[in-house]
Design a protein around this ligand. Structure first.
Ligand SMILES: [Zn+2]
Ligand SMILES: [Zn+2]
Length: 124
């Protein structure tokens, strides 16, 4: 029961945000609703939910692992100065690139991640 409630709170927070928060940031938010939740619990639940495909764990650059409530495949753009990470929801996924990658490896390619980097409007 409690586990379900914890996950629900984390999922709610993650879906509300479009900032791709770190586990730390989600912990700070979850604590307002679940004062006794621990950082370890937040980590564990996030990892589990990522495994189950409910959320995405972003392996991209940056200092800390970040999480994404949007599971539909999309590209990201990251600010090199402040680490802000935005979605590029309207940029079509490059299926051509995926096809080409398949010709260069024995791996079964399932998806690819693409991260653009630059400076956000605030840092420019
Ligand atoms: Zn910035
Ligand atoms: Zn995203």
């Amino acid at each position: 029961m409690r586990v379900t409630r914890q996950r629900q709170v984390l999922l709610d927070e993650l879906c509300k945000l479009h900032t791709h928060p770190t586990a730390d940031e989600l912990y700070q938010l979850a604590r307002k609703k679940l004062p006794r939740i621990s950082l370890g619990t937040v980590y564990r639940n996030l990892e589990l939910m990522a495994e189950q495909g409910l959320i995405r764990k972003l392996e991209a650059g940056g200092t800390q692992k970040r999480f994404d409530g949007k599971v539909v495949h999309h590209y990201h753009v990251r600010c090199l100065n402040c680490d802000r990470l935005d979605d590029l929801p309207n940029l079509p996924i490059d299926t051509e690139l995926e096809c080409q990658a398949k010709q260069h490896t024995d791996f079964t390619i399932l998806r690819h991640n693409l991260e653009f980097t630059g400076l956000c409007p605030a840092c420019r």
